[in-house]
Design a binder for this molecule. Sequence first.
Ligand code: ZN
Length: 416
Amino acid sequence: MSSDAEGASEDRRKYEFRKVIEELKDYEGSGTQLVTIYIPEDRQVSDVVAHVTQEHSEAANIKSKQTRTNVQDALTSIKDRLRYYDTFPPDKGMVIFSGAVDAGGGQTDMVTRTLESPPNPVESFRYHCDSAFLTEPLEHMLEDAGLFGLIVLDRREANVGWLKGKRVEAVKSASSLVPGKQRKGGQSAQRFARLRLEAIDNFYQEVAGMADDLFVAKRHELDGILVGGPSPTKDEFLDGGYLHHELQDKVLGKFDVAYTDESGLKDLVDAASEALADQEIVDDKNQMEEFFENLNTGEEATYGFEQTRRNLIMGSVDRLLISEDLRSDVAVYECPNGHEEYEVIDARHSTPDHECVECGEEAIVQEREDVIEHLMAIAEQRGTETKFISTDFEKGEQLLDAFGGVAGILRYSTGV
Ligand code: ZN
């Protein structure tokens, strides 16, 4: 339950980051007057303020008066933002963007954005001044935030570790007391076999315990677990129910790996490369499969803004599916007779006039907001999980093109 809830908010955060990054990428400044600062979590805020103050006084040497003023304004605005923080920035650090951007017709607008706690920690302090904001490091984080648990084992040795993005990290190892196949003289064959099985059982439990300590106790957001080793060890281990059920559910697959030392962890990642490539969209694919199944065989599916919204309000939506590439706003209108109506518009277009469908009167715009924000706010009130669906596969594209980017898997049929 808690991991689902965290997953949803993680998805939401990523969406919010993506949106801000898209906005920032559109901006241009004339000359090098757009300032970006990446601040790691262990950097003292007072250090950053000192750095910004220094840059501010150095900016006094900029020849063009306009650029000089703009840069200094941006730095002042950054210092103002930094005042909200105590000793250190938030968990995983933060990024501040500030500058005078072209607003057309020789005009500029001052823009300042702060992004806290990105998906991956900010690794190093960066001060960047250019005609565009520096967004690439953040974009990489959004692409490359995968975290996988790794287990390799045979009956003698085991290693557990992480795959973080592209980096393999060995964390814990264990070796077993399982005796070889050769029994000592004087031992009955039966007794020897029993002791040996016991020792194997103990070792598997120990390995499962290490996985537990690492993958469950630390409460990481795991994208999956890979298990490797020779046959039949890894099969015995997985089929024997040793792993905590939460972990067992996350196993993406088992792979033949010859070594069970640290190099075995790397071999495991190589052997699983295809599974890992699929993994990123595997959940999205499953969601869309389920949606289409429901749509074809029953009525427990909904799509399009109006229908989905109505179902959301009724509390009948189990999962809200939103296309990652949906960029639309919803305008809320009210007519003189009090009818409330909605219209979905391309985010780049201006708000159109609206005639009330109910009574034909001219309706007045009450507000306009991002469709995704609008629907997610209702979903959160109703305990509905939101899933963002990639457009990197056919059914994901269909969600955007054929269903308006919005759909829902229902808890029960509502006939709406
Ligand atoms: Zn009306």
